[in-house]
Structure formats: structure tokens, C-alpha cells
Write a protein that binds this ligand. Structure first.
Ligand SMILES: Nc1ncnc2c1ncn2[C@@H]1O[C@H](COP(=O)(O)OP(=O)(O)O)[C@@H](O)[C@H]1O
Ligand SMILES: O=c1ccn([C@@H]2O[C@H](COP(=O)(O)OP(=O)(O)O)[C@@H](O)[C@H]2O)c(=O)[nH]1
Ligand SMILES: [Mg+2]
Length: 248
């Protein structure tokens, strides 16, 4: 059974009170992390979700900003949420920091809760989830909690050499933008990314984009994907609003 649940995000000790039932895109969350089902049936009244995959420095964040501007999605960067968690001195902060320093993957439970909390605090119905999932375990945890699969998955495919160059020039003061951590991140990416790519390819959801070229050249490959989806997104938003009105 579907039911609206008090938020998983409330499991995070410092989290603010839930904003669910406030925005037009309030959505239903699967009751627990422990659902046994592997493939979860998507709900019509679910937000429109795009996963944005790609190695470190492949241009995920840069392209997300362009998609937000052109198509009005809300950008949810998993990495930014984790860094915010570190900065806020939360209970998980030190574990997250050491995990990021080592180029490893933060436990799904933490990341999924942060993403859901961010989505639930938004009035929007269409989201870009940037830099997530980073493992099959991430993917399963998210899909079980939200009770749906993403609608679209973008994969920015970029040669390692180019990714390393971009990360080393990023200049955002990140603890993981150094050559030692980048090597580890690339190893982790190479080990864990391909099963996710294969899974969504089989499900007909994956768009592989060659991420070499200028930012604008790459966006011209991204734009038609979202242009083609426009009516589907509009319909989803309509269903979500009707659902909320019926619920209230
Ligand atoms: N197509 C591109 N060509 C050259 N540099 C880029 C391109 N796209 C992004 N960058 C730069 O590369 C760095 C990494 O980009 P970013 O969007 O942060 O990647 P990711 O989120 O995948 O790690 C940033 O400094 C960004 O300005
Ligand atoms: O779902 C996620 C997203 C990020 N990270 C951690 O946060 C780091 C930075 O992620 P971000 O997406 O910001 O890096 P980018 O790929 O954009 O360089 C990663 O290397 C991981 O250690 C994670 O564990 N799970
Ligand atoms: Mg990024």
C-alpha cells in the first residue's frame, strides 16, 4: 500500500520539520527502506526525475545548470548536499568528510535521506538528481524509498584524461580535487558506474552523451532530450497537482 509517511529525513537528527503537504509536488514515499521488491512500480503521481551520471569532472553540474535555465528543473546535487552536511557539523559530518576525502561512497541511507528531504522542500515537480546514484546499492535504495524509477537517465561519457584535467582546474577549494583522491574516485567510478549504466540502458532510459566539447556544444546534445519530453513533463505536473488537491 502507498501511504504518505512522516519523512525519512526526520531520521536525521538536526533536520528541519517536514514541508510535505505544502508544495504542489508533494509525493508519496515508499514506507521503508526494507521493501523486498527489486523493481518498483512507478506511480503516475510521482515527480519527474532525471538522474545525471558521469565521472568526476565530466560536466554534470555544469550541464545541470543549463538544464535548469532552459527547462525549469530543480537541481539536486548529491555532492553539494553532502558538503552542506559537513559544513553544518551534523552528526554524519565527519564520516561524510572522510569518505569524500578517500573518494569512496557515502552510505545510501544518508544520501537518500538528504536527497528526499531536498526534494520535499521544493515546490517543483521536476528534478535533476546530479551525481547519484553512484552504485547499484544507491540505485536500489533510492528506488525503494521513492517507490519509482527515474524517468530519464543522462550519462556524460568523458575520457579519464579530460576528467582529471577539468577537476584539477576546478578551483572550488574541494578536499577531493587533488590528484590522489581523483585517482581513487576514478577507480570507484570505474568499478561501480557500469552496472547502473547497463541497468538503465536495458530499461530504455539511458541517454549517453559524449561529454567532450565546449559546454554549449554538449548542451546542444542535451537540449533535444528534454524538448522531446516536454509534453510528458507537463502531464506529470498536472497529475501531481490534481493528486494533491484530491488528497487535501
Ligand atoms: N565541456 C567542458 N569543457 C571544459 N571544461 C568544462 C566543461 N564542462 C565543465 N567544465 C569545467 O570542468 C570542471 C568540472 O565540471 P563540473 O560541472 O563541476 O563536473 P562534475 O559535476 O561532473 O564533476 C568545472 O571547472 C567546469 O567549469
Ligand atoms: O551520491 C553521492 C554523491 C557524492 N558522493 C561523494 O561525494 C563526492 C563528490 O561528489 P560530487 O558529485 O560533488 O563530485 P563530482 O562528480 O561532481 O566531481 C564523491 O566522490 C563521493 O565521495 C557520494 O558518496 N554519494
Ligand atoms: Mg559535480
Amino acid at each position: 500500500m502507498w501511504r504518505r509517511v512522516a519523512l525519512l529525513s526526520s531520521l536525521i537528527s538536526h533536520s528541519k520539520p517536514s514541508m510535505h503537504n505544502q508544495g504542489p509536488c508533494t509525493f508519496k514515499i515508499w514506507e521503508s527502506f526494507t521493501s523486498q521488491s527489486e523493481v518498483v512500480t512507478p506511480s503516475k503521481a510521482a515527480p519527474f526525475i532525471t538522474f545525471v551520471l558521469g565521472g568526476p569532472g565530466s560536466g554534470k553540474g555544469t550541464q545541470c545548470a543549463k538544464i535548469v535555465e532552459a527547462f525549469g528543473f530543480t537541481h539536486v546535487s548529491a555532492g553539494d548536499l553532502l558538503r552542506r552536511e559537513i559544513a553544518s557539523n551534523s552528526a554524519y559530518g565527519s564520516v561524510i568528510l572522510s569518505t569524500i576525502r578517500e573518494g569512496k561512497i557515502v552510505p545510501s541511507q544518508v544520501t537518500v535521506q538528504l536527497i528526499l528531504k531536498e526534494m520535499e522542500s521544493s515546490d517543483n515537480c521536476k528534478f535533476l538528481i546530479d551525481g547519484f546514484p553512484r552504485s547499484e546499492e544507491n540505485r536500489k535504495a533510492f528506488e525503494q524509498v521513492i517507490g519509482a524509477e527515474p524517468d530519464v537517465v543522462l550519462f556524460f561519457d568523458c575520457p579519464e584524461q579530460e576528467m582529471v584535467k577539468r577537476v584539477l582546474n576546478r578551483n572550488q577549494g574541494r578536499v577531493d580535487d587533488n590528484i590522489e583522491t581523483i585517482k581513487k574516485r576514478l577507480e570507484v567510478f570505474d568499478e561501480l558506474n557500469w552496472p547502473i549504466v547497463n541497468y538503465y540502458t536495458q530499461r530504455g532510459k539511458l541517454h549517453r552523451i559524449n561529454a567532450v566539447g565546449t559546454v554549449d556544444e554538449i548542451f546542444e546534445k542535451v537540449r533535444p532530450i528534454f524538448s522531446a519530453l516536454r509534453s510528458e513533463v507537463v502531464e506529470r505536473v498536472r497529475v501531481m497537482v490534481v493528486d494533491r488537491e484530491l488528497d487535501s
